[in-house]
Design a protein around this ligand. Structure first.
Ligand SMILES: *[C@@H]1O[C@H](CO)[C@@H](O)[C@H](O)[C@H]1NC(C)=O
Ligand SMILES: *[C@@H]1O[C@H](CO)[C@@H](O)[C@H](O)[C@H]1NC(C)=O
Ligand SMILES: *[C@@H]1O[C@H](CO)[C@@H](O)[C@H](O)[C@H]1NC(C)=O
Length: 201
């Protein structure tokens, strides 16, 4: 299947609203220009063929939203999304990609452009259908930036109920792991967690 849902309706209001929410309430003190971030995002995506947005196209947007984190708080995860949410909720000092401004703004959204007419609200290509998928490229660059910032004692949450808890093809295995800086990361705390009901692989 090559087509999936189109761009999330009202994407501009959602993205800009989340940005204002983040810089006003979630992480006050950040001086980011939400309208400018949106303009850079739009510049990368709209009026492009839907499979033709590279990570480089997003560089101006990322440049408009620099962010750093204190060490020892970085939490990476792979195939443990549900668990990660409750884990990070309980262990409140952890930060995941979704706690960064870019992760917060684009979480769960879909988008792709259309030559000539802006966003394509009818259908977007499947995530893995093309090399330069606009959603994939953004998450790839966001993941890389997050991993490059990581320092100190970091934590990785893997799924012990699936065959390949560590998968080289996952975003963690293919992008984040290779972006960690061995001069900055001094300890990797790997937690392999199974479902309560198993299987315990
Ligand atoms: C893809 O983008 C590049 C540069 O942004 C452009 O030169 C090229 O024509 C585009 N290809 C398609 C198929 O739209
Ligand atoms: C492991 O992966 C399965 C299948 O994706 C998922 O249903 C389950 O919630 C995951 N387990 C943990 C502990 O994250
Ligand atoms: C790293 O952090 C984990 C989880 O917070 C902790 O259990 C572990 O002892 C720490 N390791 C070092 C060497 O500080």
């Amino acid at each position: 299947i090559w087509k999936m849902l189109g761009t999330t309706p009202n994407i501009k209001h959602i993205v800009v609203g989340r940005c204002y929410n983040y810089v006003t309430l979630v992480n006050p003190g950040l001086r980011h220009d939400c309208e400018e971030i949106w303009r850079q995002f739009e510049g990368a995506v709209v009026c492009q063929s839907s499979c033709n947005v590279t990570v480089e196209d997003y560089h101006p947007m990322f440049y408009a939203m620099p962010q750093t984190w204190p060490c020892d708080k970085f939490l990476f995860w792979s195939k443990t999304r549900t668990l990660m949410h409750s884990y990070a909720a309980v262990m409140r000092h952890f930060w995941t990609l979704e706690d960064t401004l870019v992760g917060y703004m684009f979480n769960d959204l879909i988008w792709c452009g259309q030559e000539d007419t802006g966003f394509d609200f009818d259908s977007c290509p499947e995530w893995l259908a093309c090399r330069n998928h606009p959603v994939y490229s953004l998450w790839r660059q966001a993941s890389q930036n997050f991993a490059e910032m990581a320092c100190g004692n970091i934590t990785v949450l893997l799924n012990g109920s699936i065959v390949n808890a560590f998968n080289r093809l996952s975003m963690f295995g293919s992008v984040e792991l290779d972006s960690l800086n061995p001069l900055k990361v001094n300890y990797v705390n790997i937690k392999v967690v199974t479902n309560l009901e198993g299987p315990h692989l």
